[in-house]
Design a protein around this ligand. Structure first.
Ligand code: NAP
Length: 279
């Protein structure tokens, strides 16, 4: 697919706060140093309009530089970043938000997430109050969470205030997160998949390979397409510029019911990252 078609066909999903977000974006964890800005500029050229970063990734300055130097109107790009768990607490989170805004230097953050609930700290509700406060200044346009289990969401929502727009969780063919997705749906929160490719673990899986052969597509394309059809927001990462356009060329084919059922059968509760109850 050419970049123009990708921009046009990448669905703009409406969040519960009214924001529109391109369904497929680029995750930039472990993309840092000199290569980060050129990679992100290449992503914009390839048709990406959404970048997922975090204070923890150490690349907010490069993400911001790429946005500023892209030549694209700021409002065409959607940037999400996240507050790390060391910055839980009302005042600390407010400072961390100011620091992210300064590092990015792009006028505003489209979406700000609490990176981990870290329940042992007991501070995600007051951290959330800081995110709510940041909406008032205009420096942050939307707020959400990441790695929240259903009981964390219930605690946050029962405290009153803003319902998160997004819950970004580990989700891939080996880990479908049915309970988290159901809880998100019940609250009107959009589910976003991190490690959506399970970092390549399914590239040689026989089920994925048979779907690849049937549609003449790569493993990455099959998996990203699966996320799109499930309704997930999805942020496949690549640090390899030549893979950017292919990874997002998923709007000109469709998985059928047999394909979706076959991938449903791969769910094995395969959590590859930390358990949010413990981290
Ligand atoms: N909220 C959270 O706690 C959290 C946690 C983890 C990740 N995330 C977010 O989710 C994003 C994606 O997750 P992730 O980075 O963990 O992993 P991922 O997207 O599941 O997989 C990335 C891996 O797949 C490889 N890959 C990508 N395209 C490929 C292709 N066409 N052919 C072969 N290999 C390919 C990449 O290699 P190359 O880079 O070498 O091309 C990289 O090793 C992150 O970047 C980050 O934004 C969030």
């Amino acid at each position: 697919m050419d970049a123009k078609s990708i921009v046009e066909l990448n669905p703009k999903v409406k969040l519960n706060n009214g924001q529109l977000i391109p369904q497929v974006g680029l995750g930039v964890y472990k993309v840092a140093g000199e290569s980060a800005e050129p990679l992100i500029l290449s992503a914009f050229e390839a048709g990406y309009r959404r970048i997922d970063t975090a204070a923890f990734y150490g690349n907010e300055p490069e993400v911001g530089a790429a946005v500023r130097n892209s030549g694209l109107p700021r409002e065409e790009i959607f940037v999400a970043t996240k507050i790390w768990k060391d910055d839980h607490g009302y005042e600390r989170a407010l400072n961390a938000i100011d620091e992210s805004l300064a590092r990015l230097d792009i006028d505003y953050i489209d979406m700000l997430l609490i990176h981990w609930p870290s329940p042992a700290l007991g501070k995600f509700v007051e951290t959330w109050a800081a995110l709510e406060k940041s909406l008032e200044s205009g420096g942050v346009r939307g707020i959400g969470v990441s790695n929240f289990q259903p009981d964390h969401l219930a605690t946050l929502i029962s405290a009153g205030g803003t319902v998160p727009a997004i819950n970004q969780v580990e989700l891939h063919p080996g880990f479908h997160q049915a309970e988290v997705r159901a809880a998100n749906d019940a609250h009107g929160i959009l589910t976003e998949a991190w490690s959506p490719l399970a970092r390549g673990r399914f590239n040689e899986d026989p089920v994925i390979e048979s779907i690849m052969a049937k549609h003449n597509r790569s493993a990455t394309q099959v998996i990203v397409r699966w996320h799109v059809q499930l309704g997930n927001l999805v942020i496949p990462k690549t640090a390899t510029a030549s893979r950017l356009q292919g990874n997002i060329s998923v709007f000109d084919f469709e998985l059928d019911e047999t394909d979706m059922d076959a991938i449903a059968g791969l769910d094995a509760g395969l959590r590859t990252g930390p358990n949010p109850d413990e981290f």
